[in-house]
Design a protein around this ligand. Sequence first.
Ligand code: PEP
Ligand code: MN
Length: 338
Amino acid sequence: MIIITQPGATEEQIEQIVARVHEFGLETQISRGSSRVIVGVIGPEELVREKPLAAMAGVEAIVPVLKPYKLASYQSRGAASTVEICGVSIGGDSAVTLMCGPCAVESREQMVSIARLVKESGARILRGGAFKPRTSPYSFQGLREDGLRFLADARNETGLPVITEVMDARDLPMVERYADCLQIGARNMQNFSLLKEVGRSHLPVLLKRGFSATINELIMSAEYILSEGNMNVLLCERGIRTFEPSTRYTLDLSAVPILKARTHLPVVVDPTHGVGVREIVPQMSLAAVAAGADAIMIEVHESPDDAKSDGEQALMPATLAKLVPRLRAVANAIGRDL
Ligand code: PEP
Ligand code: MN
């Protein structure tokens, strides 16, 4: 079970709640959100006498958790949560957010130029990888700190917050100096030591689903981040491996309503990696909005044929510009803004 404290609960009240749980012979795990503290109770719940606990000062609710993911479960909050990235609010009733930019950061000029273009089209977050997880060690690996600097330059020029991948816990302090949101890539979804590290970061985390991971495995990975105290986690569906070779992966859009029913976390869809084929990214983006995604991540490149990675799946800026009004129309049709 988890104990949700009242927004104004004092440290003393929280200590008393924790002490009472320990008296029952159980362990606790504390997570601090922006307005409340959540005390996770670890151990056999039947040892807890719930009524006296619920009556304690500072306790707002006690939520029995049957699911293995205590902090990510929808029940633990009873409402969808929102994650803020530098004032851009994602999830809940917020407008659907577009996160756009190239696969990889290639130069300062490229980033500033694409940032301006995607912002004009309606993107509210800029993406770009400075550390690239490539299948071959001989492929372009990313510009590392230079890439992070170019991202920050593009933010300074446009005001767009930036999201970028961190692949290795040793790089986290450096990435944190430049990024506004951390991305954990599909290949690292179960890198548990990295998940714990970003769980201690002050930055929000976008966690991508591994391409061989089940929905519950994705949620359990999010739980690693939450259990370290970082409550600002976004879940991202980016395609899974199936037997179908017509697309790079199979974009599992049914994951969107399932994740939203099982968890309170905002759900992002990345149709670009999900299909890997530029021509059908617009249709799948529209479908992702219709399915209830809180944000859509789309790769955009001014000269995809020359891109250092993933050029075949990047949209041209003009295609994005034409797509956004259609995405907005779909969002409006389901009662949301974009
Ligand atoms: C990316 O966003 O560029 C990326 C590498 O994504 P994924 O981890 O989903 O493959
Ligand atoms: Mn990519």
